[in-house]
Design a protein around this ligand. Structure first.
Ligand SMILES: C[S@@+](CC[C@H](N)C(=O)[O-])C[C@H]1O[C@@H](n2cnc3c(N)ncnc32)[C@H](O)[C@@H]1O
Length: 190
């Protein structure tokens, strides 16, 4: 996570929290997006985090956050099966792939679960900066990148209301994984 990503994290947080209610976040990291989620009037902020040290920071965050936080320790692959169908108003997914082979597709395993977890009017947003930074060479336009590389998987998961916002960013010259000046912010609904 680099500082130029913070406004983008704010955008993703505002999408995930746009319905209020229960927001599920996957991957706490530095807690940047989580802090932005907490700027919205939500009822519950459930956060799944696999790394024990990061989870310790998440527990500290939960103690001072303005709105109730429910921290869950573990891989989302293990935790989401414990969550009920149709229980989330908004979801924000931002994790790493478990292997290099999953670089472009790790989000889609989660997307299939997100469909089950989401209320009928819920909203999912997510990012995969390393993948999208790489795909920009082939698809310089965000809308085309979304349509060619994300939409087929989102539709396969059951989602049909799919759009993006195109967000301006200023990556550092030394950033290894993203060099474009715009990035897509998915707004995915059933
Ligand atoms: C890119 S960071 C999240 C950054 C966060 N959005 C922020 O604004 O600071 C990814 C986080 O996901 C966690 N993570 C990676 N794979 C995971 C998985 N399978 N389940 C749960 N958490 C995972 C990592 O430990 C890390 O804390």
């Amino acid at each position: 996570m680099e500082s130029w990503e913070e406004p983008y994290m704010q955008k993703l947080a505002s999408i995930a929290a746009s319905n209020g209610g229960r927001v599920l976040e996957v991957g706490f990291g530095l807690g940047i997006s989580a802090s932005f989620v907490q700027q919205h009037p939500i009822e519950e902020h459930m956060i799944i985090e696999a790394n024990q040290e990061v989870f310790n920071r998440l527990q500290a965050f939960a103690k001072t956050a303005p709105y109730p936080v429910t921290p869950k320790l573990g891989l989302w692959e293990d935790v989401v099966s414990t969550l009920p169908d149709g229980s989330c108003d908004g979801i924000l997914y931002d994790t790493y792939p478990l292997s290099e082979d999953d670089l472009h597709i790790h989000q889609f395993d989660f997307v299939r679960q997100a469909y089950r977890l989401m209320k009928p009017n819920g909203v999912l947003t997510y990012c995969n900066l390393t993948s999208w930074g790489n795909l920009k060479a082939q698809y310089p336009e965000d809308q085309i990148l979304f349509e060619k590389t994300q939409v087929p998987h989102l539709k396969e998961a059951g989602f049909s209301n799919l759009r993006i916002e195109i967000f301006n960013v200023s990556p550092l010259a030394a950033c290894q994984y993203y060099q474009a000046l715009t990035i897509l912010a998915p707004i995915v609904k059933k």
